[in-house]
Design a protein around this ligand. Sequence first.
Ligand code: MLT
Ligand code: ZN
Length: 443
Amino acid sequence: MTPMDELARRLPELALRTSASDLEHYGRDWTRRWTPSPLAIALPSSTQEVQGIVRWANEHRVALVPSGGRTGLSGGAVAANGELVVSLEKMNRALGFDPVDRILTVQAGMALEAVHAAAQAQGLIYPVDFAARGSCSIGGNIATNAGGIRVVRYGNTREWIAGLTVVTGTGEVLELNRGLVKNSSGYDLRQLLIGAEGTLGIVVEAQLRLTDPPPASQVMLLALPSFEALMQVFAQLRARLTISAFEFFTDRALHHVAAHGAQRPFAEDYPYYVVTEFDGDSPDAALEAFGTLLEAELVVDGVIAQSQAQAAALWHLREGITEALARHLPYKNDVSVRIGAMPRFLAETQVLLGREYPHFEVVWFGHIGDGNLHINVLKPEAMENADFVHECGRVTALLAQSLQNHGGSISAEHGIGLVKKPYLSSTRSAGEVALMRGIRRAF
Ligand code: MLT
Ligand code: ZN
């Protein structure tokens, strides 16, 4: 009896898939660097089935790859070496809402957008948000401590997880923190699981904290004359308005989004753009802030959305970048530094990348209001992908060095996955990496 026959015998209700198209579909994420080659795909419907899979995998020494919406950009959900993919997509239901605690309990395979809808049905919000909302799953968000576009106001996924149910590597089920607000009884294992990318266990259920919706918000697009103006505009707007998002992108990013069908916002081209959203401030306060920035020559043009449709169109200019760049097989950097360190880091990185990537197109965008920069290097059409990745890897090592000098991180929100594994030790100390290994062994 093969190990797969044994798995099917032990868990007769478990959905298993092995068709070539399924192996390809479930074996990859949004990175396109690896050829998917999983052993099979398991789609459990219950915590007990996940437990059974983990125990079987231990006995047969089969590696598992937990799998959510596979929108990841770091190769964290790639199965290219005969692993069993454990897709949580059948475990996608809301399990209940407690109005006193304001906690929504969900299964890990629920899409972020469905979580938003379930929160809205209670008159509340789950505030973590980003462009992949329609296809990413809450389990994947938890695995990477996903950030996104509202971190400047609401923080990362970590802040909104009140409890987790996980299956550890030995097949034990743990209920971590159980929705408590205060809990000083030892290590917070829940927080260890958040951002662990499935290395410590498989998240099967989560208790999500919900909050009040913000007052009516407004969306503004600004055109900036220089990179240097960016952080000054952020500081000035944050001092005057209740900023819930502050996202930037360059003219190259706009070029690609427009080439992908978006409408250009201004008659003229400008080098840098910011989409910002603020809550509850009057249009007059926004206009006044805009006037001050204009006078100081920190912005050169701008528009405030007059309708929901216009707000969505402005947001699309920023949120459409990933999709617009995808066909260029971008090498993605997802780095962060403290907001205070951003101006010097930006200046240095511009020089570094200008010097090291003279023949490559580099597209900058990101969540600049929380210190997270996405630097996407586009593959020249004529270049082999392996050569391109090798060259980008060389420059990433230099970037990692610079991040270390500035106290930054090699991954702000996408996770380490396979893509950044070689660079983890550049921004985490040897002591930290050794402890992470020990914790993984313990789980
Ligand atoms: C984004 O900010 O749009 C996402 O992190 C995706 C990306 O970096 O491409
Ligand atoms: Zn991002």
